[in-house]
Design a protein around this ligand. Structure first.
Ligand code: ADP
Ligand code: ASP
Ligand code: MG
Length: 403
């Protein structure tokens, strides 16, 4: 007998029929003798709808109130899910994030989990009931409702699985697992049987949306076995483990397209110690996540520095840099938002020469210009034009034999 945390995303609980199907699945799981704790997202596109509504009332809503509004989406789901379970003859109790013991910091909109004390969830399980927990929410140390951020239900599920000492955390979604690339971009994408935490973390860090990166970080830190799988076909999906067990695995595990980044270039920066430090400290203080950084060799005493930031931060990043231009004496700040990135990821590449050469050759053969390159022991990323991303992804998927 095992304890399983099962998390269902928005599309998986989008309407009454979906809720009934999930309830049937929970019933099947319990008939095998396992205990189930459910985590659910808001129904369908409800979170987007609530964000739009807020925007209509106030373009810059107070964070506390926005979190109060968004978390209502998941609250609706837990109540309806418990009703569906009740109708299927399965006793169930709903819990908001705070009732489930999620304590967070007060960073509204992207609160971090400080601790989880799921004793009420555990009591419910011990009574033979199904606990249904609202995803992506908690309560701050000063007792305000907080939202963990987009996709935060994955993180809720993993943290809860750890807090309960569950045997597995199953993330149910609208595809049958983690794919070799985004199945929407490349129809030849294949489901992986398994992937290591390190590889998946690297994939999510460069733009793979599923599962959310923070959930993979928590799963890796606490060794929570993850199973990403379909809420539509119910077939076995992708296991995320300490080390993927297939010794013969391909060198390259996945290709990750990403169009969510922009590039900022500072030109004519004086080539002297401390200038980069000043720029990136100021950006960090403005809470901007800088990713790839390139500094050119200078011919005179001036140099260019380019870096990438998330698209939504590009305006703040540009104005922050402009405010430094006079004091640091650089001549210009330029932003490029028509930018994309394609990355190849796989633990095998560290010990296999030629992976980078294959990537650059493939991009060259397809007339794709590389603007920036970054590497880690298990990843190579190239910044390219946004319009080339889908084509480059498909070509690389073929070149590394993943089709
Ligand atoms: P949920 O709402 O269930 O949490 P999301 O909609 O956030 O799920 O993420 C699932 C989507 O992620 C899939 O529909 C798929 O199109 C997309 N996706 C992009 N890249 C990948 C990948 N490499 N493997 C699996 N899914 C991916
Ligand atoms: N409903 C929230 C979102 O769409 C949280 C989640 O689904 O994980 O981002
Ligand atoms: Mg989601």
């Amino acid at each position: 007998m095992a304890l399983v945390v099962q998390k269902f995303g928005g599309t998986s609980v989008a309407d009454a029929d979906r809720m009934r199907e999930v309830a049937d699945h929970v019933k099947r799981t319990r008939s095998r003798g396992d205990d189930v704790v459910l985590v659910v997202s808001a129904m369908g596109k409800e979170t987007d709808a609530l964000l739009r509504l807020a925007d209509e009332v106030n373009e810059q809503p107070p964070g506390r109130e926005l979190d109060m509004l968004i978390t209502a989406g998941e609250r609706k789901s837990i109540a309806l899910m418990c009703m569906a379970l009740d109708a299927a003859g399965v006793p169930a109790d709903s819990f908001t994030g705070s009732q489930a013991g999620f304590e967070t910091d007060d960073n509204h909109g992207s609160a971090k989990i400080l601790s989880v004390d799921p004793h009420r969830v555990l009591d419910s399980v011990k009574k033979g009931r199904v606990a249904v927990v609202a995803g992506a929410q908690g309560m701050s140390t000063d007792n305000n409702v907080t939202f963990l951020g987009r996709g935060g239900s994955d993180t809720t599920a993993v943290a809860l699985a750890h807090g309960l000492g569950a045997d597995a955390c199953e993330l149910y979604t609208d595809v049958s697992g983690v794919f070799t690339t985004d199945p929407r971009v490349c129809p030849t994408a294949k489901r992986m049987e398994s992937i290591s935490f390190d590889e998946l973390l690297e994939m999510t860090a460069v733009g793979c949306p599923k599962p959310v990166m923070r959930s993979v970080e928590v799963a890796r830190a606490f060794g929570v076995p993850l199973h990403v799988r379909s809420a539509f076909t119910w077939e076995p999906g992708t296991w995320v483990l300490e080390e993927a067990p297939d010794m013969e695995r391909a060198v390259i595990k996945g290709i990750v397209p990403d169009t969510s980044q922009a590039k900022v270039t500072l030109s004519g920066v004086r080539d002297e110690p401390g200038l980069a430090a000043k720029v990136f400290r100021t950006l960090a203080d403005a809470a901007i996540n800088v990713d790839m950084i390139v500094q050119n060799v200078s011919e005179s005493d001036r140099t260019d520095i380019s870096f990438t930031v998330p698209l939504e931060d590009v305006e703040v990043a540009t104005s922050t840099c402009e405010s430094l231009a006079a004091s640091l004496g650089f001549s210009g700040v330029m932003a490029d938002v028509q930018l994309g990135r394609v990355s190849v990821v796989g633990a095998g590449m560290a010990s296999n020469p030629g992976v980078a050469a294959t990537m650059f050759e493939t991009l060259a053969e397809n007339d794709v210009n590389i603007e920036m390159i970054a590497t880690s022991p298990i990843r190579i990323s190239c910044v390219i034009a946004e319009e080339d991303v889908d084509r480059a992804t498909a070509a690389l998927h073929t070149a590394y034999g993943l089709d």
